[in-house]
Design a protein around this ligand. Structure first.
Ligand code: UD1
Length: 425
């Protein structure tokens, strides 16, 4: 088991370059099967979730290579249309292959996703979207079988919730459907606009991505393209929060402040000074942070649910009481029990967490329950007095290229170890 060993207390100080976005890379890798040409993605991060998407591409018959900093996918030889259960389990977001498989092969077979670490993650909206485009959806012995032997047809797709994944799946299916598609109440995350930029570079006709209504004129074929993945705003939010929780100064380069407005607002309300450059953000923390009244997660442009765990860790050290309202995922406070091992004082009730700031945290042995929860525990350990161990760091590797190395570059004392032997690797 991989873990992080952290000797807390160092104020982080320095500049870091933002990694490419995980959440943009995954649907883009799925988009690669919409063409028989090669697609090159620059700035795709080296993450276990990205590796899982590459495993699915290889299974389906695509060739994948890394060359000169680009991930290159040649999907000429796609010969399968199912995503095996083991690969689905490795990454819940594998459902993103549904739309592209249907568009490319007229059939997609997935296993029904079960629960995951942060909630049930149903896919009803994804299935509703493709059935509006004419796919027939059946549940055959635990497998979800979607078919559209005569191809998909453009349609109106009203989403009852602006789901990021369902919006992306609808786009990925509709680009090759006959006629016009309108996605209503679409998710507006920057990753959606970036996916549309790649698809349009491949020859798709998408307007309005990043807004609530997305219009797509279907085309007959798509060609290969070269695209640079946008920076990862959640990575940026995590590193800035790490700077703030350690009372340090961190500059994240390559990230637009416009993509992080509500997070920067909370950091400022907690007493941090934020400098917004054109393409960089600097946080400088006060000696003692103070509480913010409420933080409420909502779909973009609201406060991102993925930044909630790191920011909750931050507020656990602020003077006063803060209330966190999680409205996007139902079980996103599983890391809180672990956070209290550092001495944090937090009570949760359903979607609420009441955080009573304490003057200091103390080193502890904790276990990462999920990706962002693991990042939150790492941040707590950075500011805690003494030694901490964050076990199950594999969860963190799903979304951060090498978080320990990024933090070390800013002056933190973090080592990556194997838990059994506690030897550095
Ligand atoms: C994406 C992000 C994830 C982020 C989330 C919300 C990726 C790979 N992951 O996840 O990091 O936390 O957006 O910003 O991009 N829902 C349904 N039915 C559906 C689909 C979703 O009820 O068919 C519910 C979910 O259970 C959840 C909420 O909608 O409660 C939000 O989910 P969604 O926006 O779809 O998130 P993901 O695309 O899974």
């Amino acid at each position: 088991m991989t873990c992080f060993q952290i000797n807390g207390g160092a104020a982080l100080d320095g500049d870091v370059k933002c990694q490419g976005s995980k959440n943009a890379s995954l649907p883009m890798l799925a988009a690669c099967i919409l063409t028989k040409d090669e697609t090159a993605l620059y700035n795709a991060p080296a993450l276990t979730d990205v590796e899982a998407a590459l495993d699915i591409l290889r299974y389906l018959g695509a060739k994948v290579k890394r060359e000169d900093g680009a991930l290159i996918v040649d999907a000429a030889g796609i010969g399968k249309n199912d995503v095996p259960d083991a690969l689905m389990r490795e990454m819940r977001s594998s459902v993103i292959f549904l739309g592209p498989l249907l568009a490319r092969t007229g059939r997609a077979v997935l296993s029904a996703p079960g629960g995951c670490e942060i909630g049930l993650r149903p896919i009803d909206l994804h299935l509703e979207a493709v059935s509006r485009l004419g796919a027939v959806v059946k549940n055959e012995g635990g497998k979800i079988v979607c078919t559209a032997p005569k191809g998909l047809a453009g349609a109106e797709i009203p989403l009852s919730f602006p789901s990021v994944g369902a919006t992306e799946n609808a786009m990925l299916a509709a680009v090759l459907a006959k006629g016009e598609t309108r996605i209503l109440n679409a998710a507006r995350e920057p990753e959606i606009a970036d996916l549309a930029a790649l698809l349009n570079a491949m020859g798709a006709h998408i307007r309005g991505a990043g807004e609530s209504t997305i219009c797509i004129d279907g085309v007959n074929t798509l060609a290969g393209a070269v695209h640079t993945v946008l920076p990862d705003r959640i990575w940026g939010a995590t590193l800035l929060t790490a700077g703030a929780i350690t009372k340090g100064r961190v500059c994240v380069k390559g990230l637009s402040p416009a993509h992080l407005v509500p997070v920067l607002d909370v950091l400022e309300r907690a007493g941090c000074e934020i400098r917004r450059g054109k393409n960089e953000i600097t946080v400088s923390a006060p000696r003692r942070l103070h509480s913010v009244r409420t933080v409420r997660t909502t779909p973009y442009p609201g406060f991102p649910t993925d930044a909630q765990p790191p920011v909750t860790a931050l507020l656990s050290t602020a003077r006063g009481v803060s209330v966190i309202m999680e409205t996007v995922f139902e079980s996103r406070f599983r890391y809180v029990g672990e956070l209290t091992r550092f001495g944090a004082s937090i009570r949760t009730d359903g979607g609420f967490a009441v955080v009573e700031g304490v003057p200091r945290l103390y080193g502890a042995e904790v276990s990462a329950p999920d990706l962002r929860g693991g990042a939150a525990l790492t941040l707590a350990a950075l500011c805690a007095e003494g030694e901490s161990t964050v076990r199950e760091a594999r969860h963190i590797d799903r979304g951060y290229e090498d978080l320990a190395a990024s933090l070390r570059a800013l002056g933190a004392d973090v080592r990556r170890c194997r838990a059994e032997s506690a030897t550095a690797i």
